[in-house]
Design a binder for this molecule. Structure first.
Ligand code: ATP
Ligand code: MG
Ligand code: FE
Length: 331
């Protein structure tokens, strides 16, 4: 069964055709980052308008080699994300579902990020511990099976990706700064010790706003420090905080597998440290290949396929939910 995936929750317009939740026939993406770069972040109004311009050419391209009459269902992100941006993908998905007379499937964007793993992982094992780190989320999740998520911890302020991007601004790097800091770090040394908040409460929550401020203050006081060294030191501190909580949950919950998901899962240092965790605790580790870490539609089609098998079809009046929670069902 071939599922058409549509993703427009933020600043990436994406469509994909995936067979049986695993075989990516095509994955197209038109990023708007250049458009938003001068503003240092995503401008919601511009994003929605651009999605509208980009979505049809992308669909035409996807259907050039695969006739649309042969798709089994349309899966679309219905939250979380920017409401205006979500509505563009949702309207197009509904129209296609109606015109082609195939089921409409609403997909949670964060569940999509997690399912990016299952595009490639031939052996999903549960229960699993999943760290979802993206532009808007930092969630540590105990996953007992597909669709069964327990949130163990989350950020109490900035998300990991947001922290990368804000520190990027402090260091005068282009948006999005995550990949740039990753690259610069390889040429620098983590010689500065930046503090990461240790939360006093029990549990697995994260806090990154203090780290961001520490880097800003350091930069102001040390204008001559090498940006490569600051980048490496910052990345080291942030990754250490992510790994510490993950390790704590590993010990407490004893999962059978460890997964990484979301845009920050592309970070080379974080990937390296996760492999180390796997070795130390003798459990398998999996993360998506780089192209499926950041926003894409193949992950939406993959999560959509899972819902397709369960018969979780959405009505044509499905709405967009900007703050949809993982595991929350709105239809
Ligand atoms: P959400 O998924 O929470 O709604 P989003 O969709 O905007 O947010 P993603 O597309 O998953 O976020 O990820 C984008 C984020 O990932 C950006 O903050 C970007 O800086 C960060 N990022 C991308 N590559 C890397 C990298 N190699 N190292 C660190 N951060 C990275
Ligand atoms: Mg994005
Ligand atoms: Fe995302």
């Amino acid at each position: 069964k071939v599922i058409l995936g549509i993703e427009t929750s933020c600043d990436e317009t994406a469509v994909s055709l995936v067979e049986d939740g695993r075989k990516v026939l095509i994955s197209l993406l038109s990023s708007q980052v250049d458009l938003h770069r001068i503003y240092g972040g995503v401008v919601p109004e511009i994003a929605s308008r651009r999605h509208l311009e980009l979505i049809f050419p992308l669909l035409d391209e996807a259907f050039r080699n695969f006739p649309k009459e042969k798709i089994a269902a349309v899966a679309v992100t219905y939250g979380p994300g920017l409401v205006g941006a979500l509505l563009v993908g949702l309207s197009v998905a509904k129209s296609l579902s109606y015109a082609l007379n195939v089921p409409l499937i609403g997909v949670n964007h964060m569940e999509g990020h997690i399912f990016a793993n299952f595009l490639e992982d031939a052996k999903p094992v549960f229960p699993a511990l999943v760290l979802v780190v993206s532009g808007g989320h930092t969630d540590l999740i105990f996953m007992r099976g597909f669709g069964d998520y327990e949130l163990l911890g989350e950020t109490i302020d900035d998300a990991a990706g947001e922290c990368f991007d804000k520190v990027g601004r402090v260091l005068n790097l282009p948006y999005p700064a995550g990949p740039v800091i990753d690259r610069l770090s390889k040429k620098g040394k983590p010689i500065y010790k930046f503090p990461v908040a240790r939360l006093k409460e029990e549990g697995y929550n994260f806090s990154f706003s203090g780290l961001k401020t520490a880097v800003r203050v350091f930069r102001e006081k040390n204008p001559d420090a090498k940006v490569e060294d600051i980048a490496a030191s910052f990345q080291e501190a942030l990754v250490r905080a992510l790994v510490e909580n993950t390790e704590k949950a590993l010990r407490d919950y004893k999962p059978a597998k460890l997964y990484l998901a979301g845009g920050v899962a592309a970070n080379s240092k974080l990937r390296e440290e996760f492999l180390n965790l796997g070795k130390t605790y003798n459990i398998p580790v999996h993360f998506p290949s780089l192209q499926y870490c950041t926003d894409n539609a193949a992950m939406i089609a993959a999560a959509g396929y899972h819902r397709y098998l369960l018969g979780k079809f959405a009505p044509l009046n499905l709405n967009a939910y900007p703050s949809l929670m993982l595991g929350e069902e709105r239809y």
